[in-house]
Write a protein that binds this ligand. Structure first.
Ligand SMILES: CC(C)(COP(=O)(O)OP(=O)(O)OC[C@H]1O[C@@H](n2cnc3c(N)ncnc32)[C@H](O)[C@@H]1OP(=O)(O)O)[C@@H](O)C(=O)NCCC(=O)NCCS
Length: 159
């Protein structure tokens, strides 16, 4: 838990007018922070995270946003029972926003009849998922724009 600095964002489902903000969150992450990837791959991924990309992914998964003072500061996704697209803008990280998004998505998965959540996490975020009750299962690799990315598959049982 993040008691000393915790702030309470509003978590709500994506609305069409959020697409630009979500695209910005993703692009900003890949342009400026995803240093586990080469500059070229980061650029390719950032360029692909357009508003059209967001409009496409919302057709087969739930996307939620975290709002503070009417500003979108984070997002997360749920495809079946898999957590996807977790991004919190850098100035709001470490304040409980990501955890609030996860709690919302966990409830959504529960209401949809799932008994577990899974996530393919980059090593950098493994601790965040562990602090939220996930247990590592296996080391994995995913491919993004031709680059192999080391990930850890984690699971959380929900009830
Ligand atoms: C990972 C991410 C979504 C976490 O969101 P957040 O709002 O910063 O997380 P919280 O403030 O709810 O953190 C909850 C706990 O996890 C810890 N934590 C969060 N990110 C961490 C990290 N990268 N390394 C170690 N611990 C981390 C926090 O310190 C906090 O611990 P505490 O309860 O002891 O205070 C956010 O840092 C982010 O957007 N990162 C960049 C994108 C990314 O890596 N996404 C995940 C792809 S799998």
């Amino acid at each position: 838990m993040s008691f000393p600095m915790a702030i309470k964002p509003l978590i709500r489902f994506f609305k069409p007018e959020d697409a630009e903000h979500c695209s910005f969150l993703m692009q900003n992450h890949f342009r400026n922070y995803a240093t586990n990837l080469s500059v070229e791959v980061r650029r390719q991924i950032a360029d692909s995270r357009t508003t059209e990309y967001i409009q496409k992914i919302v057709t087969d998964r739930a996307i939620v946003v975290a709002v503070i003072d009417h500003k979108i500061v984070g997002m997360g996704g749920l495809k079946q029972n898999e957590i996807r697209h977790m991004y919190v803008s850098s100035e709001f990280q470490g304040k409980g926003v990501g955890s609030a998004i996860l709690r919302f998505l966990e409830k959504e998965a529960y209401y949809n009849g799932f008994s577990s959540l899974i996530v393919n996490s980059v090593p950098h975020s493994e601790e965040f998922y562990k602090k939220n009750g996930f247990k590592p299962l296996i080391n994995t690799q995913i491919e993004r724009h031709g680059a192999k990315l080391d990930t850890i598959l984690l699971e959380k049982l929900i009830e």
